[in-house]
Design a protein around this ligand. Structure first.
Ligand code: 3PG
Length: 208
């Protein structure tokens, strides 16, 4: 299935910074049990670069590489078999590099100027980041009539309590959140608890 269709259908992209082969294996298992076959793994720790390759063993999970800031990061995502990449902001050079390599890139934006730049470069699906700190639901609502052709994936400060306020907006297709795979639960190897959190978010978003 087309990864954007999958994201739209799931309405949520769990986000995590994983640092070992065991974490990849266990989290892929949690995602499978919760029927959420997508994840954004953020490049926020040097060790992440060495573990992305293990996702190749889990072809049922669509891997997104997040916090992509350089062309080397894009190359790494390509080598790791990622289905998409997410940049925290918009960069025309990263945008063209990804396009030339045939890699789906979802750029981050915050302001109307950034939306126009990203849109000019052909991006119609944008990450709104950091969502809660940047005006949240009200700001995205204000973008609806100005940018009717743009769909957003808000991320940053979103959890099971506020996710549906975003998903109820017509210009939001899905939301990213790390709340279901918190760092402390990963460190403590609390895989059952993570699975429960993922199942819970699926139940919550299915109410929209
Ligand atoms: C991101 O990279 O999209 C955000 O840091 C995720 O924000 P969260 O941890 O508040 O979900």
């Amino acid at each position: 299935m087309d990864v954007l269709k999958l994201i739209e259908e799931l309405k949520v992209i769990p986000l995590a910074t994983l640092t070992s082969e065991e974490e990849v294996l266990e989290i892929c298992n949690c995602l499978s049990l919760a029927s959420i076959p997508v994840i954004e793994v953020t490049l926020r720790d040097e060790r992440v670069k060495n573990i992305l390759k293990y996702f190749k063993n889990y072809s049922n999970i669509a891997l997104g590489v997040g916090t992509v800031r350089t062309v080397n990061d894009i190359d790494l995502a390509l080598e790791s078999g990622a289905s998409f990449i997410i940049t925290p902001g918009f960069s025309s050079s990263l945008s063209s590099y990804a396009k030339n390599k045939g890699m789906l890139l979802i750029p981050g934006i915050q302001t109307p100027s950034e939306i126009i730049q990203a849109s000019e470069a052909g991006h119609k699906i944008l990450k709104f980041f950091p969502a809660e700190l940047s005006g949240g639901v009200e700001r995205l609502n204000a973008y609806k009539s100005v940018f009717p052709d743009i769909a957003f994936i808000p991320t940053g400060g979103i959890n099971e309590d506020n996710i549906n306020r975003y998903l109820n907006l017509k210009n939001v297709i899905a939301s990213g959140a790390s709340a279901m795979i918190p760092e402390n639960l990963v460190c403590n190897k609390s895989w059952d608890e993570i699975t429960s959190k993922l199942i819970n978010i699926r139940t919550v978003v299915n109410k929209v």
